[in-house]
Design a protein around this ligand. Structure first.
Ligand SMILES: [Zn+2]
Length: 690
């Protein structure tokens, strides 16, 4: 071998490491030749004079790409052992490709130079302390990097050219297959294509991906495996939300050929490892988009409609979807004052208000107002039902026919499964009947297989039976026509859910705005139709809950007349004597009288009698705060009387003198007293001023 003389007994006394690497599992599986050659390097090491016990093979990186050292445990192990100085030589098939990145190789070469480790490949032996070898290795590494770059560039260009013609073959999603001529066609397996078509029809009916998942409960969905042991095989499994989105978003189902829908992005994580992730590319940036490239399950326009629908459902982006609550305009009502969305605020099961969102953000304006949901919803529903014309009813009937079609399709999947099971059973029967009776072993196997197929058939037939039994009967066309003619009844029917009403509302109305209105007893509502027109209506606002109905005027008159001189208890008795009741029909109590006083601004009789003063008066006379007076009353130093919810203090010159004396004595109330009064405890000598 070239440069064999560089190997010394010192190198041979240390371990020889054979490092094996193969980028992908496919290479490991299919390029067995290369793998064999790599393992044979252990023999080369022995040939170069190492004892067989001193040769070690590191093959942990087989099947991992060499582009970066991250995740490659084997390369890390190699590096650490070279650093420890226990390695005499590192042997690889091609040293310049031990590590595919120049940085990794440069680190290895530097460590090998410091620890006197040789690098050996099929070209020869490199001693990195020799400048020539160092230079050659560096050049080879740079060359291989350049070679990779050129190769990758050519491959990418060729790939893109093929993609632009629509000829670059990529794995097709389930439900589409390549035919013998290489053209993309709908899967001839009717069971598979029916399942895929049902995803789209279920989405059209349910309007959400979760709705599709619910519709597929108990039913399986096909998936085609790519690569690995299952390559090309069809497997049936539950339909997950993620799978539904994959199907709905895949333009291949709309007959379009697309290249560049996904892009791989790299980032360096906190540990310094490079992580690769796949991200979706916006439609505008797809490199290749060829419409009508092959037959699809939906048209391109339908694909765009699905995309828009999914965007509307995507609440994380601020979309407001239809929810279960009873508030009809939830999600489409806006505040006409600040322009913000309004939220339905539920208070208990029967009451709710639309309230301006801005309250939460602190951007609320004075003119931002809420409204009870029922008042607004009733008005909007009336407008909506008035707007429905006979043409629209005809349109609804057509939709009903479509629903009937989907209804049948649900059991169609089970029918197809029965058909397939029957076909399999027939085939097993034929195979069994054709076998020579003498060939008992084969006959026994075939008989067992036939029996198994018959069992599967029975199972499928049972599934079909229960599927058709589970379908609720659809109303016939006449019933629907009658119902459509009497839409208000249908709208208010208990079987119509809040969700249904909201969906119907949203099909015609784009949004509803609660406009500013000067008259506080009225509400002005703006309705914008999808058709582009707008309506405005004014409705009476319901009285806000919590405020009672107006008190009948004779009672108010009575309170107005007697109120300034009579106490509340007295008024309650007089009102009861007259048989007056409140607006809500209840007998008057103190609270009700207080409320009427508050609303009609009727004064209360003065609380203090002759010779008495209020707390406020007493405080003013003494020149102290009311707090002091309250404190004296609480601690029993000042006699007082409670009258209603006021306090009256009997005031005589003697009481006044007492109070003044108390203030004069108090160091707290009178700062002058604090300075002149002798201290009760003598000062410590240390505190004596000098
Ligand atoms: Zn507002």
């Amino acid at each position: 071998m070239n440069g064999e003389h560089k190997i010394t007994s010192g190198h041979r006394a240390r371990t020889a490491l054979v490092y094996l690497r193969q980028s992908t599992l496919v290479q490991v599986r299919e390029h067995t030749e290369s793998t064999m050659r790599q393992y044979a390097l252990a023999g080369t090491a022995v040939g170069l004079g190492w004892a067989p016990g001193d040769v070690e093979v590191i093959d942990r990186d087989l099947g991992l790409s060499g582009t970066s050292a991250a995740h490659r445990q084997g390369f890390r192990e190699l590096m650490s052992r070279v650093c420890l100085g226990e390695v005499g030589a590192v042997i690889g098939l091609e040293v310049s490709r031990l590590a595919r990145s120049n940085a990794d190789l440069a680190r290895l070469a530097e460590m090998a130079r410091l620890t006197g480790t040789l690098l050996i490949d099929s070209d020869g032996v490199y001693d990195l302390s020799d400048f020539n070898d160092w230079l050659v290795l560096g050049l080879k590494s740079t060359m291989s990097q350049a070679e990779l770059h050129v190769m990758a560039g050519r491959l990418q260009a060729a790939k893109l050219a093929a993609a632009e013609r629509g000829d670059l073959r990529a794995p097709l999603p389930v439900g589409l297959v390549y035919d013998d001529e290489g053209e993309t066609v709908i899967d001839p397996d009717a069971e598979v294509s029916a399942a895929v078509a049902d995803v789209f029809s279920c989405f059209a009916a349910a309007g959400s991906a979760y709705g599709v998942v619910a519709a597929f409960a108990g039913r399986k969905f096909p998936q085609r495996a790519y690569g690995g042991a299952w390559a090309g095989q069809l497997r049936w499994g539950p339909l997950t939300h993620h799978r539904v989105l994959q199907v709905l978003k895949n333009p291949a189902y709309a007959g379009a050929y697309v290249h560049g829908r996904h892009v791989t992005r790299k980032r360096v994580d906190a540990d310094g490892n490079v992580r690769t992730s796949t991200a979706e590319v916006p439609r505008a940036e797809w490199k290749v988009l060829i419409k009508d490239h092959h037959p699809g399950y939906v048209t391109w326009d339908e694909y765009l409609a699905i995309e828009a629908r999914l965007a509307v459902n995507w609440t994380a982006s601020g979309a407001r979807t239809v929810r279960e609550g009873s508030a009809l305009c939830q999600g489409i009502i806006y505040c006409g004052s600040c322009g913000g969305p309004m939220a339905a605020n539920y208070q208990g099961s029967d009451r709710a208000n639309y309230e301006c969102h801005s309250r939460r953000d602190g951007k609320k304006k004075d003119s931002c107002r809420g409204i009870a949901t029922t008042a607004l919803d009733d008005a909007v529903a009336r407008v909506l039902l008035d707007a429905l014309t006979p043409e629209q009813v005809a349109f609804a009937l057509a939709a009903a026919d479509q629903v009937a079609g989907q209804h049948q399709r649900a059991s169609r999947a089970a029918e197809l499964a029965v058909e397939r099971a029957r076909y399999d059973a027939d085939r097993a029967e034929r195979a069994f009947s054709q076998v020579e009776p003498e060939n008992r072993l084969v006959a026994r196997t075939l008989e067992a297989r036939w029996e198994a197929r018959l069992a599967t058939l029975a199972e499928a037939e049972h599934a079909l039976e229960s599927a058709s039994a589970a379908l609720p009967p659809l109303p016939d066309r006449d019933t629907i026509a009658r119902a459509a003619a009497d839409l208000p009844a249908l709208w208010h029917a208990p079987t119509t859910t809040a969700r249904d009403r909201k969906r119907l509302l949203r099909t015609l109305i784009a949004d509803v705005t609660l406009m500013p209105e000067a008259d506080r007893a009225k509400a002005r509502i703006g309705i914008r139709w999808h058709a582009g027109t707008a309506d405005q209506l004014i409705i009476g606002r319901p009285r806000p809950s919590g405020i009672p109905a107006p008190t009948p005027s004779p009672a108010v008159e009575l309170i107005r007349r007697l109120g300034p001189s009579a106490g509340n208890d007295e008024l309650v008795a007089v009102l009861a004597g007259h048989g007056y009741v409140t607006g809500a029909g209840r007998p008057f109590d103190v609270k009700a009288v207080q409320w009427v006083r508050h609303v009609y601004k009727i004064p209360v009789p003065p609380a203090v009698e002759a010779g008495e003063v209020s707390v406020k008066d007493a405080a003013a006379r003494l020149g102290c705060s009311t707090g002091v007076i309250y404190y004296w009353i609480e601690t029993g130093q000042l006699p007082a009387r409670r009258s209603g919810n006021r306090i009256a203090i009997p005031w005589t010159p003697a009481v006044q003198d007492q109070c003044r004396a108390r203030i004069a004595e108090s160091g707290h109330l009178n700062p002058a007293a604090r300075r002149t009064r002798p201290r009760k405890t003598p000062r410590c000598p240390a505190e004596e001023p000098r």
